[in-house]
Design a protein around this ligand. Structure first.
Ligand SMILES: *Cc1c(COP(=O)(O)O)cnc(C)c1O
Length: 354
């Protein structure tokens, strides 16, 4: 489990745990190997636990989606696909567009109109995808993508594509390798519920191989306005500031419930206010800028602490799924604008409070 030298991307690094890909067909941007950063300044909110952030915002396109996309696009290319297609709340399209451009194939992207973060939209456009804004929800867009892929020669790279979850499970491998054991709890945001399913696959595989001796309780957090799994029914018009998890009818709903049962975990919801509080906290105290949806994991952990769920010495990993720079509008909307001053020593010293 000890890895030295240059990182080769998850398809090559975890070859023995993944579906085979022809060596000359690997489409990679050297994704994975993201930092597991120890929290140092949050004891007042989470208590005496060991808390670590798996910062997936440091993947090549700024989200964990790259782990699944390298494998899905590699396989699509190997199978001779000329194009990939996805519906997306933003990050899947950014990742699909980047990997498709590298593979020399077309990417078609359907996003819900006006509801994807600016940075993500620009990524898809800059990487040359054909982007359509659908007057409807993510769920509407996904339904159309499913119909298109069953009638036209394009490969779907949403997480219904099984290679996506296979690739994404490697994040759990990395957590185990970095810690040397599996955490007590693993917290993450839940949108389509693919990632929580993928992490659980990864943890179980490493336990079966004997690399770790225990499994974490998987704690998934939806946003209150987009919490179909918690409420037990699809949400017609999902609403939350956390656009990456604004999903009313998750594709991996049933698998996620199984993960909850098998791991002894929970799937709960957090409010937008709690999400934004955690979003600001991790940026201002720990130096990590994640996107709003990512902060649902920390918001959930803070809630667990309040409910008395945590014991001293527990190890908790929160996945921070995407980078904060993707969504400048949300950051701006909760930020104090800088004060304007003249280039005067006196005025500046006074303004700085020195
Ligand atoms: C896709 C995404 C999620 C949700 O992951 P699911 O697998 O759909 O549950 C959460 N956060 C970010 C930043 C994402 O891009």
């Amino acid at each position: 489990m000890d890895r030295k030298g240059l990182w080769l991307g998850i398809v090559r690094e975890f070859r023995e745990h993944l579906p085979p890909v022809r060596e000359d067909g690997v489409v990679t941007l050297l994704e994975g190997n993201t930092p597991l950063v120890e929290a140092e300044n949050l004891a007042d909110v989470v208590g005496s636990i060991r808390l670590l952030f798996k910062f997936e915002g440091l993947n090549p396109t700024g989200s964990f989606k790259d782990r699944g996309m390298t494998l899905a696009v590699s396989k699509a290319k190997e199978e001779g696909a000329q194009a990939v297609i996805c519906a997306s709340t933003g990050n899947t399209s950014a990742s699909a567009a980047a990997y498709a451009s590298r593979a020399g194939i077309k990417a078609y992207v359907l996003v819900p109109e006006g509801s994807i973060a600016l940075g993500k939209l620009l990524q898809a456009i800059m990487h040359g995808a054909v982007v359509l804004e659908v007057r409807g929800s993510f769920d509407d867009a996904l339904n159309i993508v499913k119909e298109i892929t069953s009638n036209y020669p394009v490969t779907m790279v949403n997480s219904l594509n099984p290679y996506r979850l296979e690739g994404q499970k490697t994040a759990a491998f990395e957590v185990c390798e970095h810690l040397g054991y599996a955490p007590t709890y693993h917290c993450l945001p839940v949108g389509n519920a693919g990632n929580i399913t993928a992490y659980w696959m990864g943890y179980k595989e490493y336990r079966e191989k004997g690399y770790v001796s225990s499994l974490p309780r998987m704690m998934g957090f939806q946003a209150e306005g987009a919490a179909p799994i918690v409420r037990g029914e699809a949400v017609e018009e999902p609403k939350t500031v956390a656009s990456a998890i604004r999903i009313g009818n998750p594709a991996s709903w049933k698998p996620a419930l199984r993960v909850k049962e098998e791991s002894g975990g929970r799937i709960e919801m957090v409010s937008d206010e709690e999400i934004l509080h955690a979003y600001r906290l991790v940026a201002s105290r720990e130096g990590i800028f994640c996107e709003p949806a990512s902060a649902a994991s920390l918001a959930g952990l803070i809630k667990m602490k309040k409910e008395g769920l945590l014991k001293d010495g527990d190890t908790v990993v929160c996945t921070l799924t995407g980078h904060g720079l993707k969504d400048p509008d949300t950051a701006m909307s909760i930020s104090v604008k800088p004060r304007k001053v003249d280039p005067s020593m006196k005025e500046i010293v006074e303004a700085l409070g020195l």
